[in-house]
Design a protein. Sequence first.
Length: 256
Amino acid sequence: MIEIAAHPRHFPHNGLTQGEVALILIDMQRDFLEPAGYLAAMGYDLGGVRSAIEPARRLLAAARGAGLCILHTRQGYRPDLAEVPAHKLARIQAGQSAIGTPGPLGRFLIRGEPGFQIIPELAPAPGEFIIDKTANSAFWGTDLAAILAAQGIRALIFAGVTTDVCVHCTLREANDRGFECLVARDACGSGDAEAHRAALHMVTVEDGVFGALADVDSIVAALDRMDRALATASPAPSHAEPTPAAESSYLGNWSI
């Protein structure tokens, strides 16, 4: 059985299975990761989020190579902010939040603007799912749960930003919905170093009440072992001469 070495326990509990484990990359958007984006405009340290880019890129490449289901989320709002609740709208109007205000990458966190897009290093490939959301949890108001059910997914590997907000909110709801969860700790980041550390610690309390933690090296190594095991288990194509088919009077099924 192939498992990922993790804390406080290995993941998943019954071993890696290609069709049952998915990678979900949370909000790796220009508005959160680039100097001209929303997070920088709010005064947060981009070093804490940009440090997650390269580990996330390696993790994404390994997940693609292993044939995992891959999902990307994007946080953003309608141009008219119609879905923003009144108390958040009041913060925007008071200048306490930059959502919807003009910036170098267009209006911050508005769907369709340049800043809303996923960074080129982690751009979704054809066939990968993109979940657009307005809440911190990627489950709220989206079709994420339906997609995971249709794909037969039972366990999730998390990466993305920010660790303490959208990653954690999605992780917690996934846990409540019965998914086994793993956080790639070095492929997550936050603009607040203390919040990042606290969020990772909370995953492991009560013997992993929300899931487990692993570094990208451990995850990549396990995915590589799974990929090699699948390749070994796959039968080699036969090169034997085909056996001539026996003559038959059967003329096919003519029923309609």
